[in-house]
Design a protein around this ligand. Structure first.
Ligand code: NBP
Length: 484
């Protein structure tokens, strides 16, 4: 090696190795290190052989191989491993050097680490990297946040290796201060949970409701992938449904129906609950995984509990068209909710999020990539201050066009006893959001009745609180916890 390396990468598991190979494809010189040092030599002598990739056998050696300001990226297991490597790196780095965490870290950790690393005179980036192994190798979606001063030094590398959309724009841009990048990545993962659950509900209705074969459903998803639902997740569903094993049997039918999860959907739901944002669809998607995981309990319940015995006797082709619209409308709700969440988080944490830019980052490279995200980008380009996606002319018209079909699908699912928690909660959200008056006047009355929590009145300015002596006790004391 003659010149110094452009970047150092620690963590040679699936993501790290592939991202390094991607960086070297784009002409960057990369120094690499791994906790289990033998993996450095395995990589250098294996898939990295002959490339602009150089192995280090200690942190000190790695840092010594880097051009200034030094950029060191971690792609290690989220959690303590990141803190440990930060501690090991700090003594070897100089002011202005940059530590980058590209793992799936919790945004609260990234907020804390940014402050800590900056307090040592260094710069920090916490970035979401999405797209799995394939994305890391050929172009992931990259969502960086952290110390703004670090971005100009990282931008050329990140934007070169990121996925590109049709016009060549990279699916990577600056997201915002401290934990913003990891927050946006977390929201991406939450939306991914929602998209996957919606597809599973459509599959369930076709399979159990309409009695369709895998081949028939494969054809439906293939068709859907040619239109408004065109997306990576619809595409892989199409392929999964047609996939057969060495015995010529469908693999999907042999897979146990218990979902796993790594926690990012749950984090998204917790954040939504903390901030009071009705992220109903994503949270239902998390709970649907939880319910699926109660396999033994469900099997026992299936012996005891029964549902409707009705079968579908309508026009199948018409129902499949309705299902397309129900999936599409529900998906619009999910993204509307996801953007409501990010807007609330931006306010909570003082981030200046570029909502159109986020749609562009998700447009390619990542798991939720879709044609649909191009429309979201257009909506925010038209109006950067758009309060809710549902108020954009395009999405308003799309939901209006789809809603009759959406209602028919939910009604039929209820009639058949097939659970559609994400689709139906999406519709309930829509029906709540579009109403100027909800029944929570009664709820406030109940709270005031049993807890003297007070209420505001329709005929008085907001912020004035009233209490009624509902039971004639004569007590005048009121609770100080109006919002409890
Ligand atoms: P893993 O999440 O499996 O982590 C493996 C790496 O972490 C190895 O380098 C391992 O070193 C190191 N490591 C572990 Br495990 N514990 C450590 C510790 N206590 N101290 C120091 N190093 C430790 O790898 P991955 O699947 O490539 O993912 C990397 C990051 O990217 C994770 O945060 C993950 O959540 C995120 N991510 C993954 C994907 C994906 O599709 N896999 C997608 C998007 C984001 P060792 O070799 O010595 O064990």
């Amino acid at each position: 090696m003659t010149d110094k390396c452009d970047i150092g990468l620690i963590g040679l598991a699936v993501m790290g190795q592939n991202l390094v190979l991607n960086m070297s494809d784009h002409g960057f010189k990369v120094a690499v290190f791994n906790r289990t040092v033998s993996k450095v030599d395995d990589f250098i002598n294996g898939s990295a052989a002959g490339r602009t990739i150089y192995g280090a056998h200690s942190i000190e050696e790695l840092v010594g191989m880097l051009a200034s300001p030094r950029r060191v990226m971690l792609l290690v297991k989220a959690g303590q491993a990141v803190d440990d490597f930060i501690e090991q790196l700090i003594p070897h780095l100089d002011p202005g050097d940059i530590i980058i965490d590209g793992g799936n870290s919790n945004y609260n950790d990234t907020i804390r680490r940014t402050a800590y690393v900056e307090s040592k005179g260094l710069l920090y980036i916490g970035t979401g990297v999405s797209g799995g192994e394939e994305g890391a190798r050929h172009g992931p979606s990259i969502m960086p946040g952290g110390s703004p001063a670090a971005w100009p030094f990282v931008k050329p590398i990140f934007q070169a290796v990121a996925a590109k959309v049709d016009d060549g724009s990279p699916c990577c841009d600056w997201v915002g201060e401290n934990g913003a990048g990891h927050y946006v990545k977390m929201t991406h993962n939450g939306i991914e949970y929602g998209d996957m659950q919606l597809i599973c509900e459509a599959y369930h209705l076709m399979k159990e409701g309409l009695g369709m074969s895998n081949e028939e459903m494969h054809q439906v998803f293939a068709e859907w992938n040619e239109g408004k639902l065109d997306s990576y997740l619809i595409q892989i569903t199409r392929d999964i449904l047609a996939f057969k094993d060495e015995n010529g049997e469908y693999v999907v039918d042999k897979i146990l129906d218990t979902a796993g999860q790594k926690g990012t959907g749950k984090w998204t739901g917790i954040s939504a609950l903390d901030m009071g944002i009705p992220l109903t669809l994503i949270v239902e998607a998390v709970f649907a995984r939880c319910l699926s995981a109660l396999l033994e309990e469900r099997k026992e319940a299936a012996q005891v509990l029964s549902g409707p015995s009705s079968t579908f006797d309508g026009d199948k082709a018409a129902f499949i068209r309705d299902l397309h619209d129900a999936l599409y409308a529900s998906k619009i709700m999910s993204y509307a909710q996801g953007y409501m969440l990010m807007r609330a988080a931006a306010q909570e944490y003082g981030w200046h999020l570029n909502y159109g830019g986020i749609a562009l980052m998700w447009r390619g490279g990542c798991i939720i990539r879709s044609v649909f995200l191009g429309k979201i980008k257009e909506a925010f380009d038209k109006n950067p201050d758009l309060n809710n996606l549902l108020l954009d002319d395009y999405f308003k018209a799309e939901v209006e066009a789809a809603q009759a079909a959406w209602r028919r699908v939910i009604a039929k699912a209820v009639e058949l006893g097939i659970p559609v928690p994400a689709m139906s909660s999406a519709l309930a959200f829509f029906d709540g959001y579009r109403r100027g008056r909800l029944p929570q006047n009664l709820l406030q009355a109940q709270r005031d009745y049993f807890g003297a929590h007070t209420y505001e009145r329709v005929d008085r300015p907001r912020g004035e609180f009233f209490h009624t002596d509902w039971i004639g006790s004569g007590a005048a004391a009121i609770s100080s916890t109006y919002t409890a």
